[in-house]
Design a protein around this ligand. Structure first.
Ligand code: PEP
Ligand code: MN
Length: 334
Protein backbone atom coordinates (compact mmCIF):
# COMPACT_ATOMS: atom_id res chain seq x y z
CA UNK A 1 0.00 0.00 0.00
CA UNK A 2 1.25 3.49 -0.83
CA UNK A 3 0.39 6.57 1.23
CA UNK A 4 1.13 9.93 -0.41
CA UNK A 5 1.48 12.75 2.12
CA UNK A 6 0.33 16.35 1.66
CA UNK A 7 3.09 18.86 0.91
CA UNK A 8 2.75 20.72 4.22
CA UNK A 9 2.91 17.63 6.49
CA UNK A 10 5.35 18.26 9.36
CA UNK A 11 8.11 15.89 10.42
CA UNK A 12 6.31 15.33 13.73
CA UNK A 13 3.02 14.41 12.01
CA UNK A 14 4.85 12.13 9.61
CA UNK A 15 6.73 10.44 12.46
CA UNK A 16 3.50 9.89 14.42
CA UNK A 17 1.85 8.29 11.38
CA UNK A 18 4.84 6.01 10.77
CA UNK A 19 4.88 4.93 14.43
CA UNK A 20 1.17 4.13 14.29
CA UNK A 21 1.53 2.08 11.08
CA UNK A 22 4.46 0.18 12.60
CA UNK A 23 2.35 -0.56 15.68
CA UNK A 24 0.00 -2.42 13.31
CA UNK A 25 2.85 -4.83 12.52
CA UNK A 26 3.85 -3.30 9.17
CA UNK A 27 7.18 -2.01 7.91
CA UNK A 28 7.35 1.46 6.40
CA UNK A 29 9.58 2.56 3.55
CA UNK A 30 9.86 6.35 3.58
CA UNK A 31 10.72 8.17 0.37
CA UNK A 32 11.14 11.95 0.51
CA UNK A 33 11.22 13.17 -3.07
CA UNK A 34 11.51 16.56 -4.69
CA UNK A 35 7.77 16.67 -5.37
CA UNK A 36 6.23 14.08 -3.07
CA UNK A 37 6.72 12.30 0.23
CA UNK A 38 5.54 8.74 -0.01
CA UNK A 39 5.19 5.97 2.57
CA UNK A 40 5.39 2.42 1.28
CA UNK A 41 3.64 0.01 3.63
CA UNK A 42 5.25 -3.40 3.57
CA UNK A 43 3.61 -6.49 5.02
CA UNK A 44 0.07 -7.79 5.14
CA UNK A 45 -2.02 -4.67 4.50
CA UNK A 46 -5.21 -6.62 3.83
CA UNK A 47 -6.77 -5.63 7.16
CA UNK A 48 -5.84 -1.93 6.87
CA UNK A 49 -8.78 0.41 6.38
CA UNK A 50 -7.72 2.67 3.50
CA UNK A 51 -10.55 5.12 4.19
CA UNK A 52 -9.31 5.63 7.72
CA UNK A 53 -5.83 6.58 6.48
CA UNK A 54 -7.25 8.70 3.66
CA UNK A 55 -9.20 10.69 6.25
CA UNK A 56 -6.05 11.79 8.11
CA UNK A 57 -5.24 15.50 7.76
CA UNK A 58 -1.72 14.97 6.37
CA UNK A 59 -2.66 12.30 3.80
CA UNK A 60 -3.16 13.23 0.15
CA UNK A 61 -4.06 9.79 -1.21
CA UNK A 62 -3.81 6.06 -0.55
CA UNK A 63 -3.29 3.35 -3.18
CA UNK A 64 -3.27 -0.38 -2.88
CA UNK A 65 -0.34 -1.79 -4.83
CA UNK A 66 -0.90 -4.96 -6.70
CA UNK A 67 2.64 -5.15 -8.09
CA UNK A 68 4.81 -7.74 -6.42
CA UNK A 69 7.89 -5.54 -6.33
CA UNK A 70 7.81 -2.64 -3.95
CA UNK A 71 11.23 -1.30 -3.00
CA UNK A 72 12.33 -1.23 -6.63
CA UNK A 73 9.04 0.34 -7.71
CA UNK A 74 8.94 3.91 -8.93
CA UNK A 75 5.52 4.32 -7.35
CA UNK A 76 7.22 4.13 -3.96
CA UNK A 77 10.11 6.36 -4.92
CA UNK A 78 9.30 8.84 -7.62
CA UNK A 79 12.82 10.29 -7.99
CA UNK A 80 15.59 8.42 -9.77
CA UNK A 81 18.01 6.78 -7.34
CA UNK A 82 21.58 8.08 -7.43
CA UNK A 83 24.47 5.96 -6.16
CA UNK A 84 27.95 7.26 -5.52
CA UNK A 85 30.74 4.83 -6.34
CA UNK A 86 34.37 5.77 -5.86
CA UNK A 87 33.62 9.46 -6.32
CA UNK A 88 31.51 8.98 -9.46
CA UNK A 89 27.72 9.06 -9.54
CA UNK A 90 25.19 7.00 -11.45
CA UNK A 91 21.50 7.76 -11.91
CA UNK A 92 19.27 10.81 -12.50
CA UNK A 93 21.33 12.17 -15.36
CA UNK A 94 24.69 10.99 -14.00
CA UNK A 95 26.08 8.71 -16.69
CA UNK A 96 28.65 6.03 -15.87
CA UNK A 97 31.08 4.45 -18.32
CA UNK A 98 32.33 1.08 -17.11
CA UNK A 99 35.03 -0.63 -19.15
CA UNK A 100 37.60 -3.39 -18.94
CA UNK A 101 38.39 -6.90 -20.09
CA UNK A 102 36.04 -9.84 -19.90
CA UNK A 103 38.58 -11.58 -17.65
CA UNK A 104 41.56 -10.55 -15.59
CA UNK A 105 44.52 -12.39 -17.18
CA UNK A 106 47.65 -10.89 -15.60
CA UNK A 107 48.81 -7.84 -13.65
CA UNK A 108 50.29 -6.26 -16.80
CA UNK A 109 47.07 -6.82 -18.75
CA UNK A 110 44.60 -5.44 -16.19
CA UNK A 111 46.81 -2.50 -15.21
CA UNK A 112 47.47 -1.49 -18.83
CA UNK A 113 43.76 -1.66 -19.71
CA UNK A 114 42.79 0.18 -16.52
CA UNK A 115 45.17 3.04 -17.33
CA UNK A 116 43.98 3.33 -20.90
CA UNK A 117 40.23 3.26 -20.14
CA UNK A 118 40.72 5.75 -17.32
CA UNK A 119 42.56 8.10 -19.70
CA UNK A 120 39.64 7.80 -22.14
CA UNK A 121 37.07 8.74 -19.49
CA UNK A 122 35.82 5.50 -17.88
CA UNK A 123 34.62 5.89 -14.29
CA UNK A 124 34.79 2.22 -13.31
CA UNK A 125 36.92 -0.79 -14.24
CA UNK A 126 35.31 -4.15 -14.99
CA UNK A 127 37.10 -7.51 -15.03
CA UNK A 128 35.98 -11.06 -14.41
CA UNK A 129 37.87 -13.03 -11.78
CA UNK A 130 35.36 -15.85 -11.26
CA UNK A 131 34.11 -16.66 -14.74
CA UNK A 132 30.87 -18.47 -15.63
CA UNK A 133 32.10 -20.24 -18.78
CA UNK A 134 29.74 -22.42 -20.80
CA UNK A 135 32.37 -25.15 -21.17
CA UNK A 136 34.19 -26.55 -18.13
CA UNK A 137 37.32 -26.88 -20.30
CA UNK A 138 37.54 -23.13 -20.99
CA UNK A 139 39.54 -20.67 -18.86
CA UNK A 140 37.69 -20.36 -15.56
CA UNK A 141 39.24 -17.09 -14.41
CA UNK A 142 42.00 -16.23 -11.94
CA UNK A 143 39.52 -16.31 -9.05
CA UNK A 144 40.69 -14.60 -5.85
CA UNK A 145 44.08 -13.90 -7.41
CA UNK A 146 42.19 -12.01 -10.12
CA UNK A 147 40.44 -9.92 -7.48
CA UNK A 148 43.86 -9.12 -6.00
CA UNK A 149 45.02 -7.88 -9.42
CA UNK A 150 41.87 -5.77 -9.85
CA UNK A 151 42.65 -4.15 -6.50
CA UNK A 152 46.16 -3.38 -7.74
CA UNK A 153 44.70 -1.75 -10.86
CA UNK A 154 42.33 0.22 -8.61
CA UNK A 155 45.26 1.43 -6.53
CA UNK A 156 47.17 2.41 -9.62
CA UNK A 157 44.38 4.33 -11.34
CA UNK A 158 41.90 5.23 -8.60
CA UNK A 159 39.12 3.57 -10.61
CA UNK A 160 36.54 1.66 -8.56
CA UNK A 161 36.11 -1.97 -9.64
CA UNK A 162 33.22 -4.28 -10.51
CA UNK A 163 33.56 -8.05 -10.69
CA UNK A 164 31.21 -11.02 -10.72
CA UNK A 165 30.35 -13.26 -7.80
CA UNK A 166 29.27 -16.80 -8.66
CA UNK A 167 28.99 -18.44 -5.29
CA UNK A 168 28.26 -17.31 -1.76
CA UNK A 169 31.32 -19.09 -0.45
CA UNK A 170 33.47 -16.55 -2.34
CA UNK A 171 31.91 -13.52 -0.67
CA UNK A 172 34.84 -13.08 1.73
CA UNK A 173 37.06 -12.23 -1.27
CA UNK A 174 34.76 -9.37 -2.29
CA UNK A 175 35.12 -7.16 0.78
CA UNK A 176 37.18 -4.50 -1.07
CA UNK A 177 35.29 -4.76 -4.35
CA UNK A 178 33.31 -1.56 -5.03
CA UNK A 179 30.43 -3.12 -6.97
CA UNK A 180 29.51 -6.81 -6.95
CA UNK A 181 28.15 -8.15 -10.23
CA UNK A 182 25.49 -10.84 -10.37
CA UNK A 183 25.74 -12.33 -13.84
CA UNK A 184 22.94 -13.34 -16.17
CA UNK A 185 23.23 -17.00 -15.14
CA UNK A 186 22.74 -16.17 -11.47
CA UNK A 187 19.96 -13.61 -11.77
CA UNK A 188 17.55 -16.05 -10.17
CA UNK A 189 19.91 -17.57 -7.61
CA UNK A 190 17.64 -16.43 -4.81
CA UNK A 191 19.92 -17.50 -1.95
CA UNK A 192 22.77 -15.50 -3.46
CA UNK A 193 20.49 -12.49 -3.91
CA UNK A 194 19.28 -12.73 -0.30
CA UNK A 195 22.84 -12.78 1.05
CA UNK A 196 23.86 -9.87 -1.17
CA UNK A 197 20.95 -8.00 0.38
CA UNK A 198 22.98 -8.04 3.59
CA UNK A 199 26.09 -6.52 2.02
CA UNK A 200 26.82 -2.82 1.82
CA UNK A 201 28.25 -2.70 -1.71
CA UNK A 202 26.12 -1.72 -4.71
CA UNK A 203 25.07 -4.72 -6.82
CA UNK A 204 25.16 -4.75 -10.62
CA UNK A 205 22.35 -7.15 -11.50
CA UNK A 206 22.34 -8.51 -15.04
CA UNK A 207 19.18 -9.67 -16.76
CA UNK A 208 18.98 -13.44 -17.16
CA UNK A 209 19.36 -14.92 -20.64
CA UNK A 210 15.65 -15.71 -20.84
CA UNK A 211 14.23 -13.53 -18.10
CA UNK A 212 11.42 -11.05 -18.36
CA UNK A 213 11.83 -7.51 -17.07
CA UNK A 214 9.41 -8.31 -14.27
CA UNK A 215 11.61 -11.21 -13.19
CA UNK A 216 14.63 -8.90 -13.25
CA UNK A 217 12.82 -6.41 -11.03
CA UNK A 218 11.77 -9.17 -8.64
CA UNK A 219 15.39 -10.29 -8.39
CA UNK A 220 16.36 -6.70 -7.57
CA UNK A 221 13.59 -6.78 -4.97
CA UNK A 222 15.23 -9.82 -3.30
CA UNK A 223 18.42 -7.81 -2.78
CA UNK A 224 16.58 -4.69 -1.65
CA UNK A 225 14.29 -6.57 0.71
CA UNK A 226 17.44 -7.76 2.52
CA UNK A 227 18.44 -4.16 3.19
CA UNK A 228 20.75 -3.32 0.30
CA UNK A 229 18.89 -0.79 -1.83
CA UNK A 230 21.81 -0.03 -4.17
CA UNK A 231 20.98 -2.14 -7.20
CA UNK A 232 21.97 -1.24 -10.76
CA UNK A 233 19.93 -3.04 -13.42
CA UNK A 234 21.70 -4.23 -16.56
CA UNK A 235 20.26 -5.21 -19.93
CA UNK A 236 22.81 -7.56 -21.54
CA UNK A 237 20.84 -9.13 -24.36
CA UNK A 238 18.39 -12.00 -24.27
CA UNK A 239 17.99 -15.30 -26.13
CA UNK A 240 15.79 -15.07 -29.20
CA UNK A 241 15.54 -16.99 -32.48
CA UNK A 242 18.09 -14.59 -34.02
CA UNK A 243 21.57 -16.01 -34.52
CA UNK A 244 23.34 -13.12 -36.28
CA UNK A 245 24.28 -11.67 -32.90
CA UNK A 246 25.26 -13.53 -29.72
CA UNK A 247 22.07 -12.32 -28.00
CA UNK A 248 19.37 -9.83 -28.92
CA UNK A 249 19.85 -6.44 -27.30
CA UNK A 250 16.49 -5.40 -25.90
CA UNK A 251 16.84 -1.62 -26.10
CA UNK A 252 13.16 -1.35 -25.19
CA UNK A 253 14.09 -2.66 -21.76
CA UNK A 254 15.67 0.71 -20.95
CA UNK A 255 12.56 2.93 -21.08
CA UNK A 256 10.40 0.16 -19.59
CA UNK A 257 12.69 -0.39 -16.60
CA UNK A 258 13.09 3.34 -16.09
CA UNK A 259 9.35 3.78 -16.06
CA UNK A 260 8.73 0.91 -13.64
CA UNK A 261 11.68 1.53 -11.34
CA UNK A 262 13.79 4.33 -9.89
CA UNK A 263 16.96 2.20 -10.05
CA UNK A 264 19.75 3.10 -12.51
CA UNK A 265 19.64 1.11 -15.76
CA UNK A 266 22.76 0.31 -17.78
CA UNK A 267 23.35 -1.65 -20.97
CA UNK A 268 26.09 -4.17 -21.79
CA UNK A 269 26.38 -3.95 -25.59
CA UNK A 270 29.36 -6.36 -25.66
CA UNK A 271 27.54 -9.46 -24.41
CA UNK A 272 24.36 -8.34 -26.16
CA UNK A 273 25.89 -8.55 -29.64
CA UNK A 274 29.12 -10.55 -29.25
CA UNK A 275 30.83 -8.73 -32.13
CA UNK A 276 33.11 -5.73 -31.60
CA UNK A 277 31.93 -3.74 -34.65
CA UNK A 278 28.32 -3.74 -33.38
CA UNK A 279 29.25 -2.45 -29.93
CA UNK A 280 29.30 1.21 -30.94
CA UNK A 281 25.86 1.37 -32.61
CA UNK A 282 24.27 -0.52 -29.71
CA UNK A 283 25.97 1.73 -27.18
CA UNK A 284 24.70 4.85 -28.90
CA UNK A 285 21.19 3.40 -29.14
CA UNK A 286 21.27 2.63 -25.42
CA UNK A 287 22.40 6.16 -24.58
CA UNK A 288 19.68 7.64 -26.79
CA UNK A 289 17.10 5.37 -25.11
CA UNK A 290 17.98 6.88 -21.73
CA UNK A 291 20.42 4.42 -20.17
CA UNK A 292 22.32 5.63 -17.09
CA UNK A 293 25.51 3.91 -18.15
CA UNK A 294 27.29 1.37 -20.28
CA UNK A 295 29.47 -1.60 -19.38
CA UNK A 296 31.74 -2.49 -22.27
CA UNK A 297 34.51 -5.01 -22.78
CA UNK A 298 37.91 -3.55 -23.71
CA UNK A 299 41.09 -5.57 -24.26
CA UNK A 300 44.58 -4.40 -25.22
CA UNK A 301 45.03 -7.50 -27.40
CA UNK A 302 41.59 -8.86 -28.35
CA UNK A 303 43.03 -11.50 -30.71
CA UNK A 304 44.83 -13.12 -27.77
CA UNK A 305 42.11 -12.59 -25.13
CA UNK A 306 41.37 -15.66 -23.02
CA UNK A 307 37.66 -14.87 -23.11
CA UNK A 308 35.33 -12.87 -25.35
CA UNK A 309 38.04 -11.40 -27.61
CA UNK A 310 35.71 -11.08 -30.67
CA UNK A 311 33.42 -8.68 -28.80
CA UNK A 312 36.17 -6.66 -27.11
CA UNK A 313 37.05 -3.14 -28.23
CA UNK A 314 40.66 -2.05 -28.52
CA UNK A 315 41.60 0.84 -26.19
CA UNK A 316 41.62 3.34 -29.07
CA UNK A 317 38.15 2.20 -30.18
CA UNK A 318 36.92 2.72 -26.63
CA UNK A 319 38.37 6.24 -26.60
CA UNK A 320 36.40 6.97 -29.79
CA UNK A 321 33.27 5.45 -28.29
CA UNK A 322 33.44 7.74 -25.24
CA UNK A 323 33.54 10.78 -27.53
CA UNK A 324 30.54 9.54 -29.53
CA UNK A 325 28.59 8.85 -26.31
CA UNK A 326 29.24 12.43 -25.22
CA UNK A 327 27.90 13.73 -28.54
CA UNK A 328 24.69 11.67 -28.24
CA UNK A 329 24.21 12.78 -24.63
CA UNK A 330 24.54 16.42 -25.70
CA UNK A 331 22.09 15.88 -28.57
CA UNK A 332 19.40 14.34 -26.36
CA UNK A 333 19.79 16.89 -23.58
CA UNK A 334 19.15 19.88 -25.85
C1 PEP B 1 30.42 -10.76 -17.88
O1 PEP B 1 30.03 -9.62 -17.66
O2 PEP B 1 31.61 -11.07 -18.00
C2 PEP B 1 29.41 -11.83 -18.05
C3 PEP B 1 29.75 -13.12 -17.96
O3 PEP B 1 28.21 -11.34 -18.30
P1 PEP B 1 26.77 -12.07 -18.43
O4 PEP B 1 26.45 -12.56 -17.07
O5 PEP B 1 25.90 -10.95 -18.91
O6 PEP B 1 26.92 -13.17 -19.44
MN1 MN C 1 32.58 -11.45 -21.31
Amino acid sequence: MIVVLKQGASEQQRGDLIEWIKSLGLDVHLSIGKMQTVLGLIGDTATIDTELIEGLAIVESVMRVTEQFKKANRKFHSDDSIFEIGGAKIGDGNFMMIAGPCSVESEEQICAIAESVKASGAQMLRGGAYKPRTSPYDFQGMRDEGIGLLLKAKKLTGLPIVTEIMDLSHLEHFSEVDVIQVGARNMQNMELLKQLGRTKQPILLKRGLSSTLKELLLSAEYIMAGGNEQVILCERGIRTFETATRNTCDIGAVPVLKELSHLPVIVDPSHACGIARYVKPLTLAAVAAGADGIIVEVHNNPEKAMCDGPQSLKPEQFAELVKSVERVREAISS
